[in-house]
Design a protein. Sequence first.
Lengths: 944, 342
Amino acid sequence: MLHCPHGGPQLCLALGPQKVNPALPGVGTPTAPETGKSKRSPVTCYWLFKTGHFNHCLQRWLNRFDRPGPGVGCVANLRLGDRARRCRREERAGRRVPEVTLPMDPEPFEVGHAVREAINILSSSRNGVQISEALGTIKCYLGGTENQAPLKEREEFTRVHFSAFLRGLVSNLSPDWIELLTSDQQKELWDSFFLEGPADQAFLVLLDSIISMGPSFRLMKVISILEQFLQTGRMSALMWEVCHQQAQAGLPTFQETLLNKVVCLPDHLCNKLQGNNLPIFFPQNYFPLLATEIIQVLQRISDSLRGGLDCSISFMSQVLGKVCVHGRQEEILNVLVPRLMDLTKVDCIWQRMCWRLVECVPDRWMEAVVCGFVQKAPGADVLSRLLGNLVVKNKKAQFVVTQKLLLLQYSYVTAVLQNLLGYLALDSLRRSLLIKVLKELLETWGSSSAVKHCPVEQQLYVSKAILICLSHLKEPEIESNRQELLTSMMGGMKCRLDSNLPRVRRLGMIVAESISSRITTDGPSLKFQYEDDDETRELKSLQQTAPLQLHVTDLPNAGRNNSPSATPKAVSKPSGNPHPATPAVPEEGSDLELDSDDDLVPYDMSEDKELKKMKAPVYIRDCIEVLTGSEDMDKWEATMKVLESLIRRNSATTREVSMELAKVLLHLEEKTYIEGFVELRKRALVAVTIIDPVPVVQYLTSQFYSLNYSLYQRMDILDVLALAAQELSQPQASGKNKPCSTQSPCIQTVSGSDSSQNWRRIVDERIKSKTHRLAKGQSLVEPACGPNKFSSLAGHFFFPLIQNFDRPLVTFDLLGDDHLVLGRLAHTLAILMYFAIHTVAAATMGKSLLEFVWTLRFHTDSYVRQGLLSAVSSVLLSIPSERLLEDMTDEFLETQSWLEDVAEKDPDGDCRRLAWQNLLLMENLLKKTQKCPYLVVGGNWKQR
Amino acid sequence: MALPPPDPQFVLRGTSAEVHTLHFYCGGQEPDYPILFSGSSNGLIHVWNLKTRRVDTILDGHGGKSVYWVEAIYGRDRLLSQGRNQKICLWDLAEGRNTVTDSVFTENVGFCKCSLLKVAQGHWLMAMPGKDLDEVQVLELPSKTSVCTLKPEADAKPGMPMSLKLWQPDFGSCPFLLAGYEDGSVILWNLSGGKILSRLACHQEPVMSLDFDSEKTKGVSGSSEEVLTVWSLDEQQNLKVQKTHKLVNAGIADVAIRQDKKILATAGWDHRIRIFGWKKLKPLAILDYHTATVHCVSFSDHSRPSERLLAAGSKDHRISIWSIYNQTSGALHCPLETRKPD
């Protein structure tokens, strides 16, 4: 029996085994081990804890048992709340505890000493009771329980000793050690240090231990503690502590470490746990959690601001910045932005906090944060509320918003652009930036080098940005910049209309139209003719709807806040109603027997066209006469329509007049509108070429390089040659002419505005099929057999065309302005080369084609480059690999290095793709010939 | 994607002249085969056996002048034919004979085809253009007595009748005549009183042909312009336009509604046969085979719907036979299929 020096109530010290020891009367009797709970109120000794003396006594008393030994432990069975119960549990565990006397007088002692003692016990003791007692002692310094240590000591403990103690705890952890404690004790004594103590230190210790430990029981335990740490919302406590400390004066290095660990937690755990990672540590779960914690901290900060206390937000900014720069914008902002959006709607403190949050992000992370916000904000007004005047205050943010997002990057969707530019337009301070941005955008748009070297996607992006800017400008602003706008519009339009890519041209037209409609107040604005597609419609919608969009964005917010289900309900109502309300009223056929009209399925009626009265000529000579002299348009039209079939039917007659006919057809102009005139003329020319190839091809190729032809005619020549080559190379039974209509779609090229697309598609398809075949082995069954008529003629087609391309004429300069024709020429040569497969001349043709490619490889026009790349494909496909590697090793290697260059650096996506395909073809070729002595080439290639 | 229109089932060649009129007779008993009569511009009438697809008999009775209307009467044994030699002949074809047993002289020199209506067993009414230009005469056959002469009032001036259609609402009731005139109007005559009941100006150009569906009391007319008009007859015996369909090319030489009132065929000057759904005039098919104007279309009255054919005669001397929209699945045709031909 012990009595407190101050005359407190009686303390019973439990001694020895849990069962009541009859040798020690008075001991153990108060406990009721069977029930597991004391029935007596712990309040009876409450004063002891209040005075704080008890701790001193207990500590002193514990220190006496600083002698480690197996089976030796001590515990005070204090029927006083927690501690007493804990002791009883120890008793139940059947440990014998020697009787002790508690020191009566409190002596001054150091916290550090106590901690060391505890650690010693923990590391050496094998007695559960002793261990739990030691833990309990230290627990007092944490506070939060009734019997906490004095404030000063508590502070000292948390400041100096806590981390060390936790490390001690972790280092002692082992399966049999932890067995010494019951699971409740584990939770209350062991876990609580991590979960209730200062969160920052606990977190650091946990992470450090995880990083340093190998897979073991200890690691699992620590990880489960960390999991609880996250689940119980300790993260917000952690951040709040840092924010709080910062308000006074933080430790920069400590914060830095903490920041690193907080942000990189998923990485650390993933590295450590590999496949056994817990879901809560997955980035997609962790960062949203972090975001909610951030919101909580912000909430506390806002509360304390309202309470008049200063609080630093910069740690939050750092966390946000670092998370964003680690590429987790998506996860964190998906949670953060909607919450902030709601919170800032009415509350100006929140608004200022939000601004501050973004402003305090260090410069090096600013870009990631701003980009994230711009992408995640549902509308320009929200963005403006969240960012405030960030772009005006922060140079880095300004650079990101006005330069980087608009001019250097182009991967964002249109909504992002609308957000961004709408944000600039919403505030008068920022409007000057909007105008500046527009000028810069126009400068880029108008520069001819940008047209040449930028990918089309970027040009589209810039165009969109310009259109959105324009939609935000007000009349006076346009008025003051009219001249500048006009100048840049004219410049940009010119270089865009020069382009060979139809998409670029169309983009130019739309932007120019829109600028001119804005700057011309009176009189007609520019109007171009182009076919509408999805892209043009989208662009046009941008210039109209953008101002409205500001109002629209508020709607979803309102709907979401008040009642999310309200909006869809309202929408679905009217759409649901009309169905029952208006039963289908059949106009006349309500009688049943008439209903059968509907099951008569109509046949195709597209052939129902107007009947032409004029009789078509029956002889080819009549045709020539009509085409050259006749003024009768009906007759002329009828002649055009029958000409091809006439030529194909009467090959003998055609041969007599083939040259004359070719001349007439080449110079034929559309006197009156005929549907598909260009196609008809081309088909007739192809037919003539096929009937009498040698002279006609000679004529056509010579005309290609002669004076006084329009570009259109020259391109027609190329198309005719390509089509004729195709038809000649097709195996077909003699005398049975293939109907022209079936083959024209696959190589039909000229009339369509997006011919480059067609070319590309054709070449791609061919490459695809070819590649497949190489991989599969030759198992293709030719459907029809016949001599390849093209094989003896390939040279006639090919060489005259490739001969003179570098000799400029007065009216025709392939290497200069007429790069459209050059591109077409390259494509045609590629096609001719392709059809020359298995011909004798193929190797020679291929060699000169590769030389042709080599001279033009740095051409600035992407259409030309595409043609060259197709040519390379054709060469690779048509020439036997042995010839290619043996006779043209140099060219092959040169081309290869060029291709690699293109594949990596070319601004045009299609060029890159073609180059990759070519490289693939080369690789396949090399694989095929790997057993041959040309292995060197393969080896070279592999090394690169 | 809609199916391409079908090809003709077969083509009858050998008239060596433009085919102006066609008439099927498929009502015979089993040993009898379906027959197609065709009248051509060289005055010959060909009797085609549709089983062998060859000419059975050639009838020559119009003195080389073109035949533009033929119709069987008394089963397949008698045939009426109208020719440009101003004669309407009655042929006896029974037991291999081919002689003209009777004829009517018409004083009219126009192109108007006659119209025949069976009013009782062994009695027919035949409407034919009359002596005066704008007159229509109705005869009773076989007695050849004139029932009435329908002549518009002097100030009406509809021009010549161009096409005629006799019909009666129910068997045994008073017959009516629908006549299309040169000025583009369609007139409904009451035969008993010889009065105009209704007049509808439905075309700008002469009405080239008309057909009438007495069940639904609506009819269709084609003219030399590019419009096909459907008009209906209401309870008060008034004609009114119900629907018009604009054609791609002008000129309808003939229209015919199939007996089951499901489809309508037109013979176009643009060489094409057009098929419409009769209920809503929904365009169904364009049959493009002929190389010259199609003069006439006719549906066979075969008892089995699946064997019903469409024939078209053209200026290019050919008769094309089509099998179209006769794969019926509806219950509507079951009774017809089981019905024995009488």
